[in-house]
Structure formats: C-alpha cells, structure tokens
Design a protein around this ligand. Structure first.
Ligand code: IPE
Ligand code: IPE
Ligand code: MG
Length: 251
C-alpha cells in the first residue's frame, strides 16, 4: 500500500464488555527499575521495550483497538547525552526487530512526533515501518516519539494557518498527529507519578485516568487488567448528570 492511499479506518469496537477502545500509556519508571537493580538506566529502557511487546499482545487479546504509548518526550532531550543516544539507538533497533512481527499479527504502527533532531536512520526506519504496516487493521499502535502535547497543538495550528483554514475544534482536531484514531478512553501512567508530562493534552479532555505504582518494566498482565477493570467501573458523563447517563444507557 502506498503512503498516498488513505489508511483503513479503525474497525468498529465492541463495547459490550466495557473494554476501552483506545488505551494510552505513559510508560514511566524504567530508570528507577534499573537503579534498584544496580543496572545502568538504559537497561531499564531495554526491559521497558519487553513490557511494551507484552502489552501489545494483551491488548490484542482483550479487544483494545488502539494502543498509544509515550516513548520519548520533547523534554527528554534534556537528559544526559549518553542516555538520549541510547534511547535513539534502541528505537532504531526496535523498529528493525519488531516490525516484521507487528506486520504479521495485523498491527498498524504510527510514530506521532516531530522528526526534528532525529538521526536519519531513525527517520527512515519510522517511514519504512509505517509504510510496511499501513494496511493492517487489528490494532493501531501509536508510539509517540519526540512527541509533546504542546508541540502537537502548535503544529496543528500552524498547518491550519498555512492553509488559510479557519480554526475550529473540528479542524484543529483533524490536524493533530492522532487524527487517525478516536480520543483515548483510558490513560494509564505507571511509575507512581500522577501527572501528564506533556503527553496527549487535547485528546485526553474526557479520558479516564489510572495511575499505577508499578515501574514500567514490572508492569504485568494483572496490573493491566486492574486498569481495565477500574475503567469498566467508571461512569463517563461528558458533562451530563448521572441520571441522564443512566437513562441513555437504558434506552
Ligand atoms: C520512562 O522511564 C522512559 C522515558 C522517559 C524515556 P524513565 O526513564 O523516566 O524512568 P524513571 O522515571 O527515571 O524511573
Ligand atoms: C514521561 O516521563 C515521558 C515518557 C514516559 C516518555 P518522564 O520521566 O519524562 O516525566 P517527568 O519528567 O517525570 O515528568
Ligand atoms: Mg520518568
């Protein structure tokens, strides 16, 4: 499939079991996990990659349609140069190692984020990975890399301005890098911090939030299921009263 073709839409989602269609995750705690084991921080990032591979599998099994993860933020450039370099190399290698399997199991990969400052092999690897998986529709996997929620809103506004288009909620949302998927239903952050750290901003307006104390490399299937179970208990009101929501669900 050529990149000029329109990607297939996200397939319809069966919400009867209250499984979130779109799960977004701030994968935090790699460094602390490694330090606890007297390992270099990069060992934590490597172990974190393994966790992501497992989460993709659990998401496929549970019927999640879109998984969006935060792998490297606009602000993570402020880390020591050797850690940044190691993360960039890990991403290049992960694309080489993982894309054939992702393609095989029907995952469509997107890498939302700025390409500014990324080494050429990574930019090329991302383009190739997105192209190779573009026809897949079982699960959309967004790996946000060199991504910031503020960057996303600004680049969307700039795109509209360049085209001379009016700014509306619809036009701005359509110009964001996650315009190909519905907004996240559930946002999970591991690692114990209760903040967003410039991950998705616009898109989480009505997302349910779940904070886990688990460090990302130690995030397991039971904890994933705890997050999904917590989500299933939530009443999403989108500004309405509980009674209104009850009667809408009963209809
Ligand atoms: C998240 O883990 C991965 C990235 C931000 C790249 P951290 O590296 O932030 O791990 P902690 O928070 O220092 O433990
Ligand atoms: C958020 O984690 C970014 C990613 C997980 C990629 P950070 O570790 O960078 O967040 P802060 O600095 O603790 O807020
Ligand atoms: Mg952190």
């Amino acid at each position: 499939m050529s990149t000029s073709q329109v990607a297939p839409p996200v397939p319809p989602h069966d919400d009867s079991g209250r499984v979130p269609a779109h799960v977004a995750i701030v994968m935090d705690g790699n460094g602390r996990w490694a330090r606890q084991r007297l390992l270099p921080r990069v060992a934590g990032h490597r172990a974190g990659m393994e966790t992501l591979r497992r989460v993709v599998g659990w998401s496929l099994q549970r019927g999640v349609r879109v998984l969006t993860v935060f792998a490297f933020s606009s602000e993570n450039w402020n880390r020591p140069q050797d850690e940044v370099g190691a993360i960039l190399r890990l991403m290049v290698q992960a694309l080489i190692d993982e894309v054939p399997r992702l393609a095989e199991v029907g995952v469509r990969l997107h890498v939302p984020g700025s390409r500014d400052g990324l080494p050429a092999p990574l930019v090329d690897g991302i383009a190739e990975a997105q192209r190779r998986t573009a026809g897949n529709g079982r699960l959309v996997l967004n790996v946000c890399f060199n991504y910031g929620g503020r960057w996303d809103i600004v680049q969307a506004a700039q795109a509209l301005a360049a085209r001379g288009e009016p700014v509306t909620e619809q036009s701005l949302a359509a110009a964001l890098t996650l315009a190909h998927v519905p907004d996240p239903d559930l946002v999970i952050r591991t690692g114990g911090e209760q903040r967003i750290s410039n991950f998705l901003l616009w898109q989480i307006a009505y997302s349910e939030l779940f904070f886990s104390d688990r460090l990302w490399p130690a995030f397991d299937e039971a904890e994933f299921d705890r997050a999904l179970a917590a989500y299933a208990q939530r009443q999403r009101r989108f500004g309405r009263t509980p009674e209104q929501v009850q009667s809408m669900l009963a209809a």
